[in-house]
Design a protein around this ligand. Structure first.
Ligand SMILES: [Zn+2]
Ligand SMILES: [Zn+2]
Length: 103
């Protein structure tokens, strides 16, 4: 099977998200620009942890993880969300962004 690029529409919070809490700013995004499969949370308090172990992250990251919409994330695993024709996220009302994935 040859991987074919596919454009998927998803909530922009999957590509970049910022959350301020407790005097710190948590940023969620690719750890390497363009590397959509390697996203992580970073907090200005100094902690840096991947969401996979949220419970081991600082309280700011945990709060950001709960607040982030993340609608359509499943699309990156082979089940594109059906957001064709939508102009805002059906879950959080935020902007959508297009990501090109290889399936
Ligand atoms: Zn923190
Ligand atoms: Zn959303």
């Amino acid at each position: 099977m040859t991987a074919e690029p596919l454009d998927v529409l998803w909530c922009a919070s999957n590509a970049h998200y910022e959350h301020e809490t407790g005097g710190h700013t948590v940023t969620f995004g690719p750890s390497t620009p363009g590397a959509m499969y390697s996203v992580e949370y970073q907090c200005t308090c100094g902690d840096q942890s991947f969401v996979g172990s949220e419970s081991e992250s600082c309280e700011h990251i945990q709060a950001a993880a709960r607040a982030r919409c993340g609608y359509g994330w499943e699309a990156s695993h082979g089940a594109p969300a059906d957001l064709e024709g939508e102009d805002e996220c059906p879950k959080c009302g935020g902007p959508l962004s297009v990501v090109t994935i290889a399936i």
